[in-house]
Ligand binder design. Structure first.
Ligand code: ATP
Ligand code: MTE
Length: 193
């Protein structure tokens, strides 16, 4: 018998940065997100990417497009979560949210405090729109792996993402345990391939 095929997952990636989107510096957010996700997931992934300035309406429209038109199962943003006047990613995310998932922001700040004391300056939120989970990550490219993977003694936020997507009716995500050990209740586990 051949092993069942892994579900395909469509992941939207949004880098919110005035300077990267205008070419002042090279965007490192989208490559860092793709690299981490490709290492972490066994599933075949289709990425849909956007590099945009820190404009509330532009970010909200990009998120809506990625969920409603591109039909992403998961959307990750990076950048624009701090207190500076042009940091508006959380507001744009809440503008298009159906429901808020406070645990993601709480856990990200907990983990990030282990790396930098300024972690509490990040106002990142996690929300649901339709059947899609949308998560804000800080803009420092190194913060992407820090918040998604966590530390050996403290789970990063991605550990809870596969089961959240199960509950939203999305694809069954399987992680590489060396990168990220996802948690599901026993009743939600599928037999290993
Ligand atoms: N997309 C990115 N690519 C590369 N480096 C980035 C990116 N976003 C942020 N950084 C780095 O992280 C630092 C803090 O990120 P932050 O989102 O606060 O940027 P910023 O100072 O608001 O400027 P901008 O929105 O123009 O990126 C930046 O100064 C930059 O060094
Ligand atoms: N894991 C992690 N979280 C972090 C950081 C970091 O380097 N690593 N930087 C902090 C800093 S300095 C700021 S200002 C806020 C907001 O960053 P943003 O505006 O780039 O999203 O994220 C914080 N969270």
């Amino acid at each position: 018998m051949t092993a069942p095929e892994l579900d395909r997952v469509r992941i939207g990636l949004v880098s919110c940065s005035d300077r990267a989107s205008s070419g002042v510096y090279e965007d490192k957010g989208l490559p860092a997100l793709k690299e981490w996700l490709t290492e972490a997931l066994h599933n075949p992934i289709e990425f849909v990417e956007r590099l945009i300035p820190d404009e509330r309406a532009t970010i909200a429209l990009a998120l809506k497009d990625l969920v409603d038109l591109a039909r992403c199962d998961l959307v990750l943003t990076t950048g624009g979560t701090g207190p500076a006047p042009r940091d508006v990613t959380p507001e744009a995310t809440l503008d298009i949210a159906d429901r808020v998932m406070p645990g993601f922001g709480e856990q990200m700040r907990q983990i990030s405090l282990r790396f930098v004391p300024t972690a509490l300056l990040s106002r990142q939120v996690g929300v649901i729109r339709g059947q899609c989970l949308i998560l804000n990550l800080p803009g420092q490219p190194k913060a992407i792996a820090e918040t998604l993977a966590g530390l050996p003694d403290a789970a990063g936020i991605f550990a809870a993402v596969p089961y959240c997507i199960d509950l939203l009716g999305g694809p069954y995500l399987e992680t590489r345990e060396t990168v990220c050990k996802a948690f599901r209740p026993k009743s939600a586990l599928r037999p290993p391939r």
